[in-house]
Design a binder for this molecule. Structure first.
Ligand code: MIC
Ligand code: SF4
Length: 644
């Protein structure tokens, strides 16, 4: 059979199920990654499963999200992560070593392998030819223990790239164009495969930028071929032995083909408050800019940073702009320093930030009230920057640097600056001294648990009957940033009772109180939502904290993949309205009941909810595999795995 790249990798990793579109398959995971914000819970759950050592080829624990260390909580979490990694044979990447996706691409990503990460931008690894998928921490913990990762057998779209990027047009513009084509919803269960003659004109980090933002389209992952460009990148990283060729067979089949001519692209921006709200920069030309942030796992490679440095060289940042630059990894920062480009950045007036997520997750560098911020990151959801009324636009590093100089939206082609065409280096600085690699001696390390480290919360089995109250009725495209804000709240990730106080904080600050009161009175809590519920982050806290608050069901018009999987893992039923119109017939405060709730799930029967106020019967769809039904009725994956 003629296979595409996705089929080749999945077929060679298939452990459970059959390769039939839409049916559930279990695959072997070769590598895992975690980051500090999702990692503490992932390892606490790994420990709670009673597993003794990891069974993957490689598992890496990165500290990159919360490195601000205000108060003791953060530093305690970092120490827990370091000691637990030592104990179980996980590589530990120390704070300061860089953003997980950038570092993983540089030092560990291997063509043809599978990578599962507790972060939604794990698909960045598709740039080097990995099937790299984001998931909740619990799924990653299970994979570290040798468990299969389950997903629906994907539909595969081929993106045929033609031509070549013109000067000032960047890989980010390709990603934004793809968002214009595919939008941020309706792509659940799709994997993107890039191909065509244009691919060989893109470097591995450029490919990674494009694969990174597949997360915003809601696709499971994006994958590029592994070719001579990949080989050159791996050689420059001193890892030529990790290279294998990966290409689709001639005549391989796809579910859809999208043609994209790289030479026709223009500089683009995603306008507030969605990565799918695409505009041409030419349309925004002249608008005032208050802040510019360059970095994040989307755009912080050596080439991106050198391009920015070359644009800023000998020029000054506009007095009305605050420019922050966070190189993606210590490798990139070291290279910038050795090449003198760091001095160019500093001379221009840029504020050089730590190689970490920082501004991207609203952990610092929040814009002023109502401020306009141009960012090279991947998400501009409302309030994510830490400032509720900020206007965040997502742009390329080129467009960001040019705007930092002019203080206005500027089409970079018209800035009167010579285009700096930066080449990939023949060799990168490969200094792995900020990794702590596992060793037999380290296995006896005592795990450090500071007062901020709580136990993962427990859930009981699914109740026989649902006695629900609608605690909140929300609209379309509710992101996990709406459900479970990060930013300054990040330090409570290891302390669920505390963190749960902030569920829906920006939409309804009283939500958690009402939930806890109803839970204490023996009631169940229900969330009603529109389309594409749970966009964005893989943070399982957006399911774990609602579980702690007694939420038993989310009834929505549709769900995003990672969040739906997280809900099941935490024993919350993701129900889809059979008739979309029922969404509007429900109000906050309505009582939704179901007398045969548990039996319906256990036996895979239709779920019908009675709305006491309206006197209506609401039919719901819950397309679950047998495995998922058992997990849900057990009250979640942890109960299921430990047999409790
Ligand atoms: C994000 O970009 O939203 C994050 C922070 O990286 C999250 C993970 C998290 O919430 O810890 C993600 O994308 O999964
Ligand atoms: Fe970090 Fe931002 Fe990338 Fe998430 S999207 S991993 S917060 S840099």
């Amino acid at each position: 059979m003629r296979q595409n790249i996705v089929e080749k990798i999945l077929a060679s990793h298939l452990k459970d199920g059959t390769f039939v579109k839409g049916s559930e398959i279990g695959i072997r995971i070769d590598q895992t990654l975690t980051q500090d914000a999702t990692g503490t819970m992932a390892y606490l759950q790994f420990e709670a499963m009673g597993l003794k050592a990891i069974k993957t080829d490689l598992s890496v624990s990165y500290v990159d999200h919360n490195t601000v260390q205000v108060g003791f909580e953060n530093a305690d979490d970092h120490k827990y992560l370091q000691t637990v990694a030592a104990c179980y044979g996980v590589v530990f990447s120390r704070p300061g070593n860089g953003i997980c996706h950038q570092v993983h691409l540089e030092r560990f990503g291997k063509p043809g392998t599978t990578l599962l990460g507790s972060d939604s931008h794990t698909p960045t690894g598709g740039g080097i030819g990995q099937i790299a998928v984001g998931a909740g921490g619990l799924d990653v913990a299970a994979a570290m223990g040798g468990g299969n990762f389950y997903m629906n057998c994907p539909r595969v779209y081929l993106v045929n790239l033609y031509g070549e990027l013109k000067p000032w047009i960047s890989a980010k513009d390709v990603a934004l164009k793809m968002l214009e084509i595919l939008t941020t919803k309706g792509n659940v269960g799709v994997m993107l495969e890039y191909g065509g003659p244009g691919v060989k004109k893109l470097s591995v980090p450029q490919r990674a930028t494009i694969a990174n933002m597949g997360a915003e389209m809601g696709v499971t992952c994006s994958v590029f071929p592994s070719d001579s460009v990949t080989k050159k990148f791996l050689k420059a990283q001193g890892r030529e032995a990790d290279w294998t060729e990966l290409k689709a067979d001639r005549g391989a089949k796809y579910d859809r083909v999208i043609d994209l001519d790289l030479s026709l692209l223009e500089p683009l921006a995603a306008a507030p408050h969605s990565p799918g709200n695409i505009k041409k920069i030419a349309e925004l030309q002249g608008g005032a800019v208050d802040q510019v942030c360059i970095g994040s796992c989307t755009n912080s490679s050596f080439r991106d940073m050198m391009t920015v440095a070359a644009i800023l060289k000998g020029r000054k940042v506009h007095p009305s702009v605050s420019l922050g630059i966070a190189p993606g990894s210590r490798q990139v920062l070291q290279m910038l320093a050795r090449k003198g480009a760091l001095a160019d950045l500093l001379d221009s007036g840029a504020r050089v930030l730590e190689s970490a997520c920082g501004f991207c997750i609203g952990n610092h560098f929040s814009p002023k009230s109502g401020g306009v911020s141009l960012r090279t990151s991947n998400r501009n959801f409302e309030a994510r920057s830490g400032t509720r009324d900020a206007q965040v636009y997502l742009v390329s590093p080129e467009a960001a640097a040019v705007a930092a100089l002019s203080g206005r939206f500027t089409d970079p082609r018209k800035a009167g600056i010579e285009y700096p065409d930066i080449e990939e280096p023949a060799s990168f600085i490969a200094d792995d001294s900020m990794f702590i690699k596992p060793s037999p001696e380290l296995r006896s390390t005592e795990v450090f648990r500071g007062p901020n480290i709580g136990k993962p919360p427990k859930n009981g089995p699914m109740p026989e009957k649902l006695d629900g109250t609608v605690m909140i009725h929300v609209g379309d495209k509710i992101t996990t940033d709406h459900i479970m804000p990060a930013g300054s709240r990040l330090k409570y990730r290891s302390n669920v009772p505390k963190y749960a106080q902030f569920v829906f904080e920006n939409l309804d600050p009283e939500f958690h109180k009402r939930c806890l009161e109803n839970k204490a009175a023996g009631g169940h809590n229900v969330i009603v939502a529109g389309e594409s519920y749970g966009q964005g982050s893989s943070r399982e806290h957006a399911a774990m904290c609602p579980m702690y608050l007694g939420v038993k069901a989310v009834v929505a018009r549709s769900f995003e993949r990672i969040h739906a999987a997280n809900l099941i893992n935490f024993g919350i039923a993701p129900l889809v309205f059979k008739n979309a119109a029922d969404y509007g017939s429900i109000k906050a405060g309505d009582k939704l009941t179901c007398p045969d709730w548990r039996t319906a799930f256990a036996e895979g029967k239709p779920v019908v909810l009675r709305n006491g106020r309206a006197g209506t019967a609401i039919e719901c769809v819950c397309a679950l595999s047998g495995r998922q039904r058992t997990i849900l009725t057990a009250g979640g994956l942890l109960n299921h795995t430990t047999g409790k």
